[in-house]
Design a protein around this ligand. Sequence first.
Ligand SMILES: *Cc1c(COP(=O)(O)O)cnc(C)c1O
Length: 219
Amino acid sequence: MSLQENYNNIKKQLPQNVELVAVSKTHSVSAIQEVYDFGQKVFAENKVQEIMEKHPLLPKDIQWHLIGHLQTNKVKYIAEFIDTIQSVDSEKLLNEINKEAAKNKRKIKVLLQVKIAEEDSKFGLEISEADNLFQKFISGDFPNVEITGLMGMATFTDDKNQIKKEFSVLKNVFTKLNEKHSLKTLSMGMSDDFPIAIECGANSVRVGSAIFGRRDYTN
Ligand SMILES: *Cc1c(COP(=O)(O)O)cnc(C)c1O
């Protein structure tokens, strides 16, 4: 299938209120440009090096998201242009993003990445930690950061009930935090599980291989 067919196929499965984040990691600048030309404006990468190489070569109105684990010492390289950092998994990182955003006289949008998968995943906040960070944000810590929502990844499994259970946990956390301070984005679901994520309340999905095709190496 062509990029255009893949893209149309995904778009038609998304309800109007669900944002599509096109995950372009490992794919070429020309493939990204092509998908941009279909009207896609939001793209995500998981590596600082790669996003730094690609973004100067592509249209200025692309909203770049970072979705991979981010080391604090690398925040400075993306602080000037990144639209949203979806993978905030520690207070230390949030502090650093706040500091670098201030240096650039801007606000950076972030999502708190919450650990919901049963499998042993290295990154992500415990629910209590996310709650705690959000409380600090509401109290005025991190003035150059805007926590706009939550991000989560389900266990890599064929068991739909397991995936559903994990997404539902995050949806509940989202609902609870949203009562304290309005949140916009619940980012869950990738190529293989985005329909389940939407069923469970996601309003943003991160789709890579179903648009761009398989990646040559796993990331
Ligand atoms: C790679 C990646 C995706 C997209 O995965 P696909 O299965 O290719 O759609 C989504 N979210 C994160 C955090 C990723 O690293």
